[in-house]
Ligand binder design. Structure first.
Ligand code: VGL
Ligand code: ZN
Length: 206
């Protein structure tokens, strides 16, 4: 059993990111059994849930003439435009029904401000508004954040980078994640993670 100063952070294992979902991550469903095996060995688990209002500004449908997967400049910086996904209260926003982590202690919802996206579990995309997760983990005595889930190159990578910036030791479990991989985003994410001192590991090495 992993000690209480290590947390398993399970990012966005939600129906809309699964094959057939609104923003399907290729082979996204394959993370579920891997995460279930890991979760059984962690005393401390935090889940995240992408949780957007129906008119969220990250949705291409909110921008006349724009298509999903294009980028635009928003007041806080570049934003990729996505299909409508993970709308609050919908089936697509629910956690995958086979995800088994009944002892998870916290679910962090993110992306609920209409004007700002939040890939990261720690900080909204304006880079100013904390979710509160860093303080929660510090209060709980966590030192090491171990990341799994979807998508490697967006919400997992941004969460891992922000965990590092908040002073935690951080690992990403490669085989417990799957990527969207838009314009080399996966390779760029691994480079940024390495440069930040995030450890890249596998579930069998843990
Ligand atoms: C995500 C794009 C938009 C993710 C969430 O979970 O990686 N990606 N919203
Ligand atoms: Zn989203």
């Amino acid at each position: 059993m992993h000690a209480g100063d290590e947390v398993l952070l399970v990012v966005d294992v939600q129906n809309d990111f699964m094959p057939g979902g609104a923003l399907a991550v290729p082979r996204g469903d394959e993370v579920v059994p891997v995460i279930n095996r890991l979760a059984a060995r962690f005393a401390h688990i935090v889940l995240t849930q992408d949780w957007h209002p129906a008119d969220h500004s990250s949705f291409a449908a909110q921008h006349a003439g724009r298509q999903p997967f294009e980028s635009i400049a928003l007041p806080y910086g570049e934003q990729v435009l996505w299909p409508v996904h993970c709308v609050q209260g919908t089936t697509g926003a629910k956690l995958h029904p086979d995800l088994h982590a009944p002892h998870a202690q916290l679910v962090v919802r993110k992306g609920y401000h209409r004007e700002v996206d939040s890939y990261s579990a720690f900080m909204e995309a304006d880079r100013r508004t904390p979710t509160g997760l860093a303080g929660y983990l510090r209060d709980k005595g966590v030192r090491h954040v171990i990341c799994a889930g979807l998508a490697t190159d967006f919400c997992v990578a941004w969460s891992a980078l922000d965990a590092r910036a908040a002073g935690f030791e951080v690992s990403v479990i490669e085989d417990a994640c799957r990527a969207i991989d838009l314009n080399d985003s996966l390779e760029l994410a691994w480079q940024a993670l390495a440069a930040a001192g995030v450890q890249r590991t596998t579930s069998s090495a843990l």
